[in-house]
Design a protein around this ligand. Structure first.
Ligand code: GLU
Length: 392
């Protein structure tokens, strides 16, 4: 069957940015969107897929495409579906081996379900399975970007999940909230929408009397983090509010909005918009693609501690010089991502180091004119150049 619309071949992103939840349905503000669907929505307590609910959601996605939005799906549910078929305890999450086996079985069913329901609207589904490393390594990340762009231009809906069967703990996202944010970033999406079992972020545990939903969050501050209680209430997924806030931070730094709505009703997006219920995290200033990738990176190879003077200089847009470095930790090579920590231990920035860890240790606290003598070769202008540095 032919796809029902012709997406713009020269995708160039939104013109201005999202201010409210309703903007996520507006193709001018959100020309490309990632929908993240959690396990508890897709799989019932009996371990069977919730077909009727999913069919209604797919109708919403088809409507979004008909409005002119490019749609990407990040779908959980492989482990939950596979666990039931293999008869594994704890929903397949009892051990890594169980989760990997369950995912291998469940992913086929999951992809088949999406393909079938999208096909009913004349839409071709494309399965993409990713691991953390596919998005942390710049070259592989760019490859993912190219593939997603090509799929969307060809009219397909990418249906993405973590490649749980091969991802061991070290190379796992573990939750699809952060995966969705990283995918959105790789695809140049304007927004990520997390369909959750709760209708947004509350100022305290939502079960407490007087808890208030926060409709718009400008920036994920420590106060906002304190509001998240953590842990998934359903026991099926692995997300919880903590991972949703991490996803919101990645999205914000990449210039994307992130919405959280209650995914439980039939046609959840229409319902959330009609009732104005949800939380939207606004994008922070859009930055260049390379800096956005760096800002969203989840793993660093080392830490560089700096003094107050260097912290001020970084905030003012300078490169990091060795003279302001007080301590270096970790085993990293030139070009690896490192975190920059201020005197109070808070992470100030993330950047790509111009030197390996041993060289950084040799140079720490030393002013630039001493560097050549210490290294025995021509030094670089900074320990981390400002072009390779992103303030958090
Ligand atoms: N990738 C997992 C699955 O498909 C889900 C991860 C999550 O719950 O966020 O079952």
């Amino acid at each position: 069957m032919k796809s029902s619309r012709q997406p713009a071949p020269n995708y160039s992103g939104p013109k201005t940015s999202v201010r409210q939840l309703a903007d996520l349905a507006d193709p001018a503000l959100t020309p490309r969107i990632v929908y993240k669907v959690g396990s508890a929505l897709l799989v019932g307590g009996d371990g069977q897929p919730r077909r009727a609910w999913l069919a209604a959601l797919v109708a919403e996605l088809a409507a979004a495409r008909a409005r002119g939005q490019d749609v990407i799906v990040v779908s959980s549910g492989a482990i939950a579906l596979g666990a039931r078929r293999l008869g594994l305890a704890k929903g397949g999450r009892g051990s890594l081996a169980d989760a990997q086996a369950a995912a291998a079985v469940g992913q086929i069913a999951l992809a088949g379900l999406w393909a079938e329901l999208l096909a009913a609207h004349g839409i071709t589904a494309a399965q993409v399975l990713l691991t953390l490393e596919d998005l942390e390594d710049r070259r592989r990340y760019l490859n993912v970007t190219a593939t997603l762009g090509r799929l969307l231009a060809a009219g397909a809906v990418p249906v993405i999940n973590e490649n749980d069967t091969v991802a061991t703990n070290e190379i796992r996202f573990g939750d699809n909230d952060r995966l969705a944010a990283r995918v959105g970033q790789a695809a140049g999406a304007a927004a990520v929408l997390l369909l959750s079992d709760i209708d947004g972020l509350y100022d305290r545990d939502p079960r407490q009397p007087g808890a208030q939903r926060i409709p718009v969050v400008k920036r994920v501050t420590p106060e906002i983090h304190a509001m998240a209680t953590g842990g998934s209430s359903s026991g099926l997924g692995s997300g919880g509010m903590t991972s949703k806030l991490q996803a919101a931070e990645i999205a914000g730094l990449a210039g994307m909005a992130l919405g959280i709505i209650d995914g439980q009703p039939l046609s959840p997006m229409a319902q959330a918009l009609a009732e104005g219920r949800g939380t939207v995290f606004l994008p922070r200033a859009a930055r260049g693609a390379r800096k956005a990738w760096l800002g969203g990176k989840l793993r660093v190879k080392g830490q560089v501690h700096v003094d107050a003077g260097a912290a001020r200089a970084l905030a003012g847009g300078s490169s990091l010089l060795a003279a302001g470095v007080t301590q270096v930790a970790g085993d990293f090579a030139r070009g690896d991502a490192v975190a920059v920590l201020g005197p109070d231990g808070a992470t100030l920035a993330r950047g790509l180091s111009e030197y390996d860890a041993a060289e950084c240790i040799a140079l720490q606290g030393r002013s630039s004119h001493e560097h050549e003598g210490i290294l025995g070769y021509a030094p670089r202008s900074a320990l981390i150049h400002r072009d390779q540095l992103v303030l958090l």
